[in-house]
Design a protein around this ligand. Structure first.
Ligand code: BES
Ligand code: MN
Ligand code: ZN
Length: 509
């Protein structure tokens, strides 16, 4: 490491400071009308008020029902109406819940709507006793959505006041405290870790910083083992593709491996989650145009999501064995960088001709998935990456792209995504995609034919046993949002933490 940069450990510590990981605090209270402070009332279809909301309406001379009638507020899902100076309450926000079943996903969205339209700096209570149809844990999902929607990356704002937010009270949610505190709060933490990684600029985050930050986040969590391969180890294992991507940067590559053994049978085959962690993607010698290049600070979204999902599962003690593998590198042009036309030898022994140094993510993944199979004999591999602009154009902000060898697995993943609140949609993988990456002088080339998301998947798939269930997620479109949704502010979405979290819940013993 040169003296041009700050120490990685010092930067990692700043990353995890309380201000950087500031999820709001919640208090899960019995149903009783608050005497003061701002309120959010969840209102049923046709303006039906919960018992507590009705009591508040009565003490304020029916201001709430009158305003709903005048404004034509119907309580449709996510419909919002803001009132000021209602009795002793400065702000009262009405949020409609509609008349459809309240799934955990919908409850999270309703929590996110509250985060969007209310301010928690002045004592905020969410009146949720009308959400009984969402089950006894409804308040825990509301809190989760609120916390996710409340996220902001403020550490570089010099005028930002790090005020302690008041505790947000969930009135009528007393039964949900344990579900939040022992389970979903860790999911929030995992998403926040992932968003922080994706938001952090390249001059503050490189492979070593990522590793130190993850170590710190997992400190003291039971049944977790972390191992890190540095550049020497990567070379010794023969991972020429991963090494090739990282060799143009002053920051050496790493392979970070986090194992969590939570199943009753600690020897049961794990699920392997493999995430692309390019801390900045310039394109390398095949350099990218400047327009939009700044966004390549978030080209580690896959690795960030894996770190977050494994953190959440381990902290809540999920009954599952999982190994998270995060190949980390910075893709830079320099005299040490790989060139188009170079041939790299992967850990598997297969050789790869470089047609574009900008198709670097697949190079890192192919060594990491091979390593995963060699060392951990997993029962399933899921890899997740901001791999192609083609997936981003096809899917926009709406869907992650899912590619499998077997469409039924893709359909299963659509169900996982639907439950998690992170949707995926399938793209094809055809024998022709494997044909198109045949090289004239090496075993394969890193791009070719008509390059797109499926070609990227075929490169990785070449290194995965054909009989192993394999899910390829290309999240180049969804990882970054240009405009917010209820649970995801504009910016880095932390996409994939909730998806993999849901998958691990379903795969738990
Ligand atoms: N990290 C990019 C993909 C990307 C593009 C992510 C836009 C997010 C937004 C990836 O490494 C890349 O450069 N892919 C190339 C591959 C091509 C050279 C075969 C692409 O998609 O253009
Ligand atoms: Mn690239
Ligand atoms: Zn990339």
């Amino acid at each position: 490491m040169t003296s041009k940069t700050f120490s990685a450990a010092c930067i990692a510590a700043a990353f995890l400071s309380p201000a950087a990981l500031a999820a709001p605090q919640f208090s899960f209270d019995a149903a009783q009308a608050p005497q003061s402070g701002d309120l959010v009332l969840y209102v049923g279809a046709d303006g039906t008020l919960s018992p507590t909301a009705s009591a508040i309406d009565a003490t304020t001379g029916n201001r709430i029902t009158q305003t709903m009638a005048v404004a034509g507020f119907e309580g449709g899902f996510g419909e919002t109406l803001s009132l000021v100076a209602v009795g002793a309450h400065d702000h009262v926000t009405l949020i409609g819940i509609g008349d459809e079943a309240l799934t955990p996903r919908k409850l999270q969205d309703l929590g996110g709507h509250a985060a969007m339209s209310a301010d928690d700096s002045d004592g905020l209570s969410l009146i949720i006793d009308g959400l009984a149809a969402g089950g006894g844990d409804a308040a825990a999902y509301i809190a989760t959505g609120y916390a996710l929607g409340d996220y902001a990356f403020t550490k570089y704002k010099s005028d930002h006041e790090a005020s302690d937010p008041d505790t947000v009270r969930l009135i009528g949610g007393a039964s949900a405290a344990a579900k939040y505190e022992n389970d979903l709060a860790y999911l929030v933490e995992g998403v926040e870790l992932s968003r922080n990684f994706g938001s952090e600029p390249g001059n503050a985050l490189w492979p070593e910083v990522f590793v130190d930050t993850v170590r710190e986040a997992f400190r003291g969590v039971p049944n977790v083992r972390i191992s890190v391969l540095d550049a020497r180890d990567i070379r010794r294992e023969g991972m020429g593709a991963l090494m090739g991507v990282g060799q143009g940067s002053i920051h050496d590559p790493r392979l970070l491996v986090v194992r969590y053994t939570g199943a009753a049978d600690s020897d049961a085959a794990p699920i392997a989650l493999v995430g692309k962690g390019v801390t900045f993607d310039t394109g390398g010698i095949s350099i990218k145009p400047n327009n939009g290049m700044w966004l390549m600070k978030s080209d580690l979204s896959g690795a960030a999501a894996v770190a977050g999902a494994v953190l959440a599962a381990a902290k809540r003690g999920e009954d599952v064995n999982v190994v998270g593998l995060m190949p980390l590198a910075e893709n830079m042009p320099s005299q040490d960088a790989i060139r188009p036309g170079d041939v790299l030898t992967s850990m598997s022994g297969k050789t790869v001709e470089i047609m574009s140094t900008d198709a670097e993510g697949r190079l890192m993944l192919l060594d990491a998935v091979h390593y995963a199979q060699e060392k951990f004999d997993p029962r399933m591999i899921l890899n997740i990456a901001t791999l192609t602009g083609s997936a981003a154009r096809a899917m926009g902000d709406d869907y992650g792209a899912v590619i499998t060898r077997d469409i039924s697995l893709s359909l299963e993943m659509m169900e996982v995504g639907k439950a998690a609140g992170e949707d995926v949609w399938p793209l094809p993988l055809h024998p022709s995609h494997f044909e198109q990456i045949k090289s004239d002088i090496a075993d394969i080339k890193n791009t070719g034919g008509s390059p797109g998301a499926s070609i990227g998947a075929a490169v990785v798939g070449t290194f995965i046993a054909e009989d192993l269930p394999w899910v390829h997620l290309d999240i180049a479109g969804v990882d970054w949002l240009d405009s917010r949704t209820p649970t995801t502010p504009k910016g880095h979405a932390g996409w994939g933490v909730r998806f993999m979290d849901e998958l691990l819940r379903r795969e738990s013993e």
